[in-house]
Ligand binder design. Structure first.
Ligand SMILES: Nc1ncnc2c1ncn2[C@@H]1O[C@H](COP(=O)(O)OP(=O)(O)OP(=O)(O)O)[C@@H](O)[C@H]1O
Ligand SMILES: [Mg+2]
Length: 260
């Protein structure tokens, strides 16, 4: 075990309201962890606390062996925020956007260009280098944003709902891509997602967050009625196809919100 992120008894209050409470979790290097839970459950808050953007009210966070603020300065942490941080009509080329990820790098101009092109092809956007970013579709812009995060070659990346805007077919290949990235570059990936059925097939650990961390472990044991009810409430009906085969590719889960 080689921890890269540790949260101990972490509580965060915003304007006097408890948003996340008594969170204990350890993420090891090269793990892929999905944070799931309902809207307002505190997923983005948890990520921002790991990045030092929000101060814990109680407890502590250690990342890359130090405090979040010091760790962020090393450039070894990548972050893709939930809401696009680049305006959609940004008047630059795709390549320019990826190069933004290297502003703090000491590489030569040629090396930066080479790296930016490499990561664009990683995300399936080769050939779009000179294309105006503003003319890409939402999903394509999302891929370019991911290339911008990856190009700095961070050791850990936080992706807040990265598959938003990416179509269902592309989503599966997106998760495959994340796995390859982990295997090839040894990167640790923490992502927020609402596609719990899909995520369950791809990740090493699921963190089920709704103020409290109701579940943290292998996806295999996550899909249980009492856990899902704690997370999403009792008005959801869980449909599990082949529950004995949770981790295999035939596994499928969907939610049905009951009327009223
Ligand atoms: N800066 C802030 N000021 C006031 N309240 C906040 C702030 N940031 C978050 N909150 C509140 O904290 C709660 C958790 O928000 P958070 O964004 O962490 O949820 P989330 O799980 O990421 O939700 P979603 O799935 O909708 O992205 C919400 O009730 C939100 O209103
Ligand atoms: Mg969020």
């Amino acid at each position: 075990m080689n921890p890269i992120l540790k949260m101990e008894n972490l509580t965060v209050c915003i304007n006097g309201r408890i948003i996340i409470e008594n969170i204990n979790l350890v993420i090891n290097r090269k793990e892929i962890v999905a944070i799931v839970g309902p809207n307002g459950g505190g997923k983005t808050t948890l990520i921002k606390t790991a990045l030092g953007l929000i101060e814990p009210t109680e407890g502590k966070v250690e990342i890359l062996g130090t405090t979040p603020k010091k760790a962020v300065k090393t450039g070894k942490i990548g972050y893709l925020p939930q809401n696009a941080d680049i305006p959609r009509n940004f008047p630059f080329s795709v390549l320019d956007i990826v190069l933004l990820g290297l502003v703090r790098s000491k590489l030569s101009k040629e090396e930066k260009l080479e790296k930016a092109k490499k990561y664009l092809s990683y995300v399936g956007m080769e050939g779009f280098e000179d294309y105006p970013y503003s003319r890409l579709s939402g999903g394509q812009q999302q891929r370019v944003s991911i290339a911008r995060v990856l190009v700095a070659e961070p050791e850990i990346i936080f992706l807040d709902e990265p598959s938003t805007g990416i179509d269902v077919v592309a989503q599966e290949s997106f998760y495959d891509f994340l796995k390859k990235l982990r295997d090839k570059n040894g990167i640790t990936i923490v992502m927020v997602s609402h596609d719990i059925g899909v995520v369950g097939k791809f990740v090493d650990k699921v963190a089920g967050l709704n103020r409290f961390l109701h579940y943290y472990g292998h996806p295999r044991d996550f899909f249980q009625k009492h856990i899902l009810e704690k997370l999403y409430g009792t008005d959801v009906e869980l449909i599990i196809h082949s529950p004995e085969c949770v981790a295999c590719e035939h596994f499928h889960v969907e939610f049905r919100k009951e009327d009223g």
